[in-house]
Design a protein around this ligand. Structure first.
Ligand SMILES: [Zn+2]
Length: 237
């Protein structure tokens, strides 16, 4: 069978991608998703609503921006060939609690409900030291959830690491196995999926008092020839 098992030597027959924001799935795993989707079920879980990317826009108040980002995410997934409907947990962007926080209880429950305890499930989670507060918090949540899902296989993907990360944020020797996947055959699909995220590319919302746009350096890296994943030490392969 083509797809994920060949990449990681895993016996996975389904893939779950946990994305802090609607677009991290594409940025960090877009080629992998496009590669796997024709062969295996792929489900993406979006933790936040992404509504903090713009502030003070009269035409795109938070509720509208939230709807825009959900629509962009769905379109992006279609470009990658994903057929399974995604799950939107709708947590307010920029405020994801860590696993030990009392506020994390509903997120932990939702993630536990969405991730089955099966040995054929591979779960892509944000890299543990990806330099973004929501990404690290989502990693912390998944660390706790997957402790209760010992048969699932975890692997970690980075989005911001190579852009604003420090050397200490990189995987340390012995911390895990780094896999590099040649993403070139799936780059067209990845690029098309990324282009669906208009709101994050600077062109859609022009009247905000503060506006985020994906930096060129991140886009260049995301559309590069490889996607990197770390399988943490101790994960069965
Ligand atoms: Zn993100």
């Amino acid at each position: 069978m083509a797809g994920f098992p060949e990449i990681a030597g895993l016996a996975a027959t389904s893939l779950i991608v946990v994305a802090p924001h609607p677009d991290d799935d594409v940025l960090g795993c877009g080629a992998l998703i496009a590669r796997v989707a024709p062969h295996l079920p792929v489900r993406v879980i979006y933790v936040t609503d992404g509504a903090a990317s713009h502030d003070g826009s009269p035409t795109y108040p938070p509720q509208r921006l939230r709807d825009v980002r959900e629509r962009e995410a769905r379109r992006g997934l279609r470009r990658l060939g994903v057929k399974t409907p995604p799950l939107f947990l709708g947590w307010p962007d920029g405020t994801v609690p860590r696993a030990g926080d009392a506020a994390a209880a509903p997120l932990l429950a939702a993630l536990l409900a969405a991730i089955p305890d099966r040995e054929d499930v591979a779960v892509a989670v944000p890299w543990r030291r990806d330099p973004h507060c929501d990404h690290r918090a989502v990693h912390s949540l998944l660390d706790a959830v997957l402790h209760d899902r010992p048969r699932a296989t975890r692997f970690e993907y980075a989005v911001w690491l190579g852009v604003i990360g420090e050397t200490a944020d990189e995987p340390a020797p012995g911390e895990g196995v780094t896999i590099e996947m040649d993403s070139r055959p799936w780059l067209a699909a990845k690029r098309a999926a990324l282009c669906e995220h208009h709101s994050q590319l600077g062109g859609l919302i022009t009247d905000a008092t503060w506006a985020f746009a994906l930096p060129e350096s991140l886009l260049t890296r995301a559309l590069g020839p490889v996607e990197r994943f770390v399988i943490p030490r101790g994960t069965a392969v």
